[in-house]
Design a protein around this ligand. Structure first.
Ligand code: GLN
Length: 502
């Protein structure tokens, strides 16, 4: 049995039964990181002492619970090692956001999600690589290094949460956290063949997530299967007084909601699945279209009613997203001034300090977004760009509202292509932006969505199925995804990680 390859639910069972210890599990994952992460480069910072300390504490709770016969009452993530995208703070652990501008910065507090996973017993392995400030679709915009796709080390893992996606796919953790502003959990999940979930806006606290575009950002889990994504979400979600946009709605037992789906031969009877015509476009990889259509066929065999639907403003989502996300980013990133955080290039005047620090500290994509965003917000252009884009955002949301009045779930591809070669799009921002064409509209609408493995292309690269539901319908989303997963075996395939000459 390979310990790092375990899912959360398998590991939890073995831990509770005393067949493995949390320390053994954490050590096995750390050993694997030490032996293969030089090829993958998923982690920016490793925290082995923190991990082993967490594992020892978990072993104490496990031992006590076994002696008292109360293992069923243990917090759900007791002893589970997981990874955190390096845009989310862990108290006292370096935070870079994949940027030079935060070099040397130690956050004085931890994110609410990290505290919640800690309270659920989880063990922190380290921080994973990301495109600088989560801006990108390949992890090539990291100022430190590019993460490689475990299925083919010459290809990107997707982005911006490419480090977390690759870490889950390569068994360098049992699960991980990412952030999704326009697709950064779902797109890398698709390209790495794992499950990735972007919750409803406000479902999970953003306190301690470094803001990129605050009205879009949401933290979500990466997992090896749907059950694990459900376990993670239950532990992460819920109201947080430190985040005024977090929702007060009670958090369901997402995993408990999955149990019912296995009982009948047509477990999806009564579920209406909409397939949007706009999500099958010329230029997309034919194998992606074929795999997704086949997955929709499986949902139908499982009892779902499939309906063609239309989301007519889909083609406007990309320009609207990049305009609004850049506008919000230009305001959010003003705080990196050479005074308060990380890098500080002192100049002769305050102005020169700002200029030097920001010129040296930010990479080209971040600078591009700040310029574009500041332009769209400037007097004289605000009405023509920012305001107009906000109006179109409302139309895009209205498309989803209308569609989701007729169907329960929307099924479509996550990404138009499978993992592309490192370097192929790095110097062409527009072609990089197209990587998110199927994911970003639901961030505009605040809806939950997930990606799950649904096939492979001719080069043995994974393909992802995206499922979308109405606000706070994560339970339904997970139930449909789980039913599909149980009827298929795509999620069981794992990459064989080779080595690469640098
Ligand atoms: N690729 C998109 C962007 O660069 C989405 C990133 C994200 O979701 N963080 O903005």
């Amino acid at each position: 049995m390979s310990l790092p390859a375990l899912t959360i639910h398998e590991a939890a069972r073995l831990l509770a039964a005393g067949e493995i210890s949390a320390t053994e599990l954490t050590e096995a994952v750390l050993d694997r990181i030490f032996s293969v992460d030089n090829a993958i480069k998923a982690y920016l910072t490793l925290t082995p002492e923190l991990a082993l300390e967490g594992a020892r504490a978990a072993d104490m709770s496990l031992g006590e619970a076994r002696r008292n016969g109360t293992t069923a009452d243990l917090p759900p993530l007791t002893g589970i090692p997981f990874a955190i995208k390096d845009v989310i703070t862990v108290e006292g652990v370096p935070l870079t956001c994949g940027s030079r501008i935060l070099e040397g910065y130690l956050p004085p507090y931890g994110a609410t999600v990290v505290d919640r996973l800690g309270a659920a017993g989880a063990v922190i392995l380290g921080k994973t690589n990301t495109d600088e400030f989560a801006m990108g679709s390949s992890t090539e915009n990291s100022a430190y290094f590019t993460t490689r796709n475990p299925w083919d080390l010459t290809r990107v893992p997707g982005g911006s949460s490419g480090g977390s996606a690759a870490a889950v796919a390569a068994d360098l953790c049992l699960a991980a956290l990412g952030s999704d502003t326009g697709g950064s959990v779902r797109q890398p999940a698709s390209l790495c063949g794992v499950v990735g979930l972007k919750p409803t806006y406000g479902r999970v606290s953003r306190y301690g997530l470094v803001a990129y575009a605050s009205s879009f950002d949401q933290i979500g889990p990466f997992a090896k299967d749907v059950t694990d994504a459900a376990i993670m979400l239950s532990a992460m979600a819920g109201h947080d007084p430190s985040d005024s946009t977090s929702l007060r709605d009670p958090v369901p037992d997402y995993r408990g909601g999955l149990q019912q789906s296995a009982a009948t031969s047509r477990p999806l009877a009564g579920v209406r699945v909409g397939v949007p015509g706009e999500y099958f476009i010329p230029g997309m990889q034919a194998e992606v279209e074929a795999a997704v259509r086949k997955a929709v066929g499986v949902l139908e065999e499982l009892g779902a009613e499939v309906h063609p639907i239309s989301l007519p403003h889909t083609d406007l989502a990309l320009p609207v997203y990049y305009l609004l996300a850049s506008a919000e980013a230009s305001a959010n990133l003003a705080r990196f001034d050479g005074i308060r955080y990380g890098l500080s290039e002192r100049g002769g005047s305050l102005w020169e300090t700002y200029l030097e620090t920001r010129s040296k500290g930010f990479g080209p994509e971040v600078k591009r977004r700040i310029m574009l965003g500041a332009y769209a917000l400037s007097a004289g252009y605000y009405d023509a760009y920012y305001l107009k884009a906000q109006q179109v955002r409302t139309l895009i949301k209205a498309d989803f509202d209308a569609a989701l009045a007729e169907v329960d779930v929307i099924a479509c591809p996550t990404s138009p292509v499978t993992a592309f070669p490192i370097g192929e799009r790095a110097n062409d921002p527009l072609s990089m932006y197209l990587a998110d064409i199927f994911t970003l509209s639901l961030n505009l609408a605040g809806l939950p969505g997930m990606s799950l493995p649904c096939g492979f292309d001719g080069k043995s690269l994974p393909i992802g199925l995206q499922l979308i539901a109405g606000p706070l319908q994560e339970e339904r989303l997970l139930r449909v995804a789980h039913t599909y997963e149980q009827a298929t075996e795509w999620h069981l395939r794992r990459p064989v990680v080779g080595t690469i000459e640098d």
